[in-house]
Design a protein around this ligand. Structure first.
Ligand SMILES: Nc1ncnc2c1ncn2[C@@H]1O[C@H](COP(=O)(O)OP(=O)(O)OP(=O)(O)O)[C@@H](O)[C@H]1O
Ligand SMILES: [Mg+2]
Length: 287
């Protein structure tokens, strides 16, 4: 039974997202009127105490704009995954609110979530793992297959569609999990250290692929990482969190145009921005 826990977790996430909010969300894509100035996600005074008594987050407030790319960095245990799970609606805040003002507070049905662990169904082929969210939407495997293969190709795993998770390396499993999150082309993508287990070369490539997709699909991305370099390279904004109970200590804008590419990675500007984030992170560790 040990392998069932994560799979049920994913399953529940997708079931949860089948809520009856489709129509409001569909129309939200086209909103340009009254709500255009409001953020996509309005997080206000959020705290989370787990049943064990652990105060994971305290008084977190921020606004996430539609189409933005925001990274969360902070010490281990400061509540980054907790915050993502609350945004996805998997768990509720103990106090405070997470509102979706552009969609009458309905959370989007299609939120892609790349969990910190790959959470694949061990008994199912890679193809079937990536099929799961489309299956839950009622698509037959035949209808879904071109999209599944496209998502697998994006993460470089088209040749492994028939493999089982046990036949893959840790990094490959994570890439399957990313393909599963991409396959529905969700407007909101929550990514919890998705590339942490990958080698530097693959990671940089996937960073660039993610930015290309973000630019073309106009996603809103919230990305958790422990890599200061990765956060600066990817993001428009970096929220630096302090040690538990987590709070947002600094909101750093990375006002560098996209596409960024290797010249940015190697520029003095990049190094300076990394130093700024590292300094804020160092402060966060102390508190
Ligand atoms: N389900 C849970 N039940 C009880 N406590 C939990 C649970 N999940 C997380 N916590 C606690 O809440 C705090 C924040 O955990 P969380 O996983 O959100 O941290 P994190 O910032 O994602 O850490 P990491 O960088 O190591 O992934 C930790 O002290 C952790 O022990
Ligand atoms: Mg985490």
């Amino acid at each position: 039974m040990a392998g069932l826990g994560p799979a049920i977790h994913v399953f529940l996430l997708f079931l949860y997202m089948q809520e009856d909010v489709d129509a409001r969300i569909e129309s939200a894509h086209d909103i340009v009127g009254n709500n255009a100035m409001s953020p996509l996600i309005d997080i206000s005074g959020v705290a989370k105490t787990y049943g064990s008594g652990t105060l994971a987050l305290s008084n977190v407030s921020t606004r996430i704009e539609r189409g933005s790319f925001v990274s969360l960095v902070g010490p281990s245990g400061c509540g980054k995954s907790t915050l993502l799970r609350m945004i996805a609606g998997l768990i509720e805040p103990s106090s405070g609110t997470i509102a979706w003002p552009q969609t009458e507070n309905a959370r989007p049905k299609d939120i892609g979530f790349v969990f910190q662990d790959a959470t694949l169904m061990p008994w199912a082929r890679v193809l079937d793992n990536v099929y799961l969210p489309l299956k839950l939407k009622g698509l037959s495997l035949k209808e879904a297959e071109p999209r599944i293969m496209d998502a697998l190709a994006r993460v470089g795993l088209a040749d492994f569609a028939q493999s089982f998770p046990r036949e893959l390396s840790g990094g490959m499993k994570m890439r399957v999990s990313i393909a599963r999150a991409l396959v529905t082309e969700p407007p909101v993508l929550l990514m919890d250290e998705p590339f942490a287990a990958l080698d530097e070369f693959t990671r940089e490539k996937l960073d660039d692929d993610l930015l290309d997709l973000w630019a073309s699909q106009k996603w809103t991305v919230i990305f958790v990482t422990h890599s200061v370099y990765e956060s600066v390279y990817l993001s428009e904004r970096i929220l630096v969190m302090g040690a538990r109970p987590g709070r947002i200590l600094k909101d750093i804008a990375v006002d560098v145009p996209y596409p960024r590419g290797r010249p940015f990675r190697e520029s003095p500007d990049f190094i300076a921005r990394c130093a700024e984030v590292s300094a804020a992170l160092g402060e966060g560790m102390k508190r």
